[in-house]
Design a protein around this ligand. Sequence first.
Ligand code: FUB
Length: 350
Amino acid sequence: MKLLKSILLFSALFATLGFVAAAGSPEKAPERYLCPDDYMADPSAHVFNGKIYIYPSHDWDSPVRDADDGNHFDMKDYHVFSIDGDFMTGKVTDHGVIFSLDDVPWASRQLWAADAAEKDGKYYHYFTARDKEGLFKIGVAVGDTPVGPFKVMDKPIEGAYSIDPAVFEEDGRYYMYFGGLSGGQLQKYRDNVYDPAGEIPAKTEQSLPPRVARLADDMVSLAEAPRAVMILDAEGNPLAEGDKHRFFEASWLHKYNGKYYFSYSTGTTHYICYAIGDSPYGPFTYAGEILTPVVGWTTHHSILEHDGKWWLVCHDSKPSGGQSRLRSMKALPLTYREDGTIVTLDGGGK
Ligand code: FUB
């Protein structure tokens, strides 16, 4: 009896330690670089009509260097990719340039992260660029197929600002998330009003939240003023600026088992994290790391389900030997535990 008790106790301890180890150490998952011949970053992936499409930004070997404001991300056009089959084995097709900086009448430079959405057979490509005054704005281009051709609207979306648009659709409602700190200029907005003196808060203060607004029926304007997306800790307090898991940029929303998962990059601390909520507007409670730091400074992702499997699509700078401005998009399988938490993946960086 004593022996049986010891065995049971040992097995329970072993199982607990095993779980802690599994939850604590990031998993090395198989991965596939999706465009080995060029540099593509910030990949937003969707399934349209059963097929995977990816809307990345396009890094290139620009002579522009960083001045602590992301200037070295000097992108000047966008491509679209599709995959025949799944992320690991399917044939990847680069559909070429869908539009360039010259096609955006209001923009001056830096075509940053983008996303896409479909409504009633039309495809909307949402993107970021600096306007002629140097302020980041969010624009939109409209096409009849997922790969275009796209016609760029001649003005940015009124009321939207900063960077990194990501669109989530549910029951015919489309929510656009956006915002990014530092070079992304989110710190210059309070209550949706631009303040050139706006600064990132002190480490002990509340961190700055990303924003969300519903898109209007026309898909090229906002139906409401942007709201703050609150990311809370287990006690219900907003994460502080000094918290290594606070929001920096790269919003994404997906739904899993009836819950809304808001994921994002922590920028300066280089994680992709997530928080769970009961509404697309939040609030969201911090739930964990999805990806540990990658090779390169930035990390930016999308999450989607295809043929019953879940995927993380993101970028790193491994193929360019660690050059942060030359990033390569890749895909990795994503695993949920039974309780709905996500198994952390190893980004391969420091
Ligand atoms: O690609 C330029 C910027 O770098 C993106 O907008 C950010 O999310 C970061 O990945």
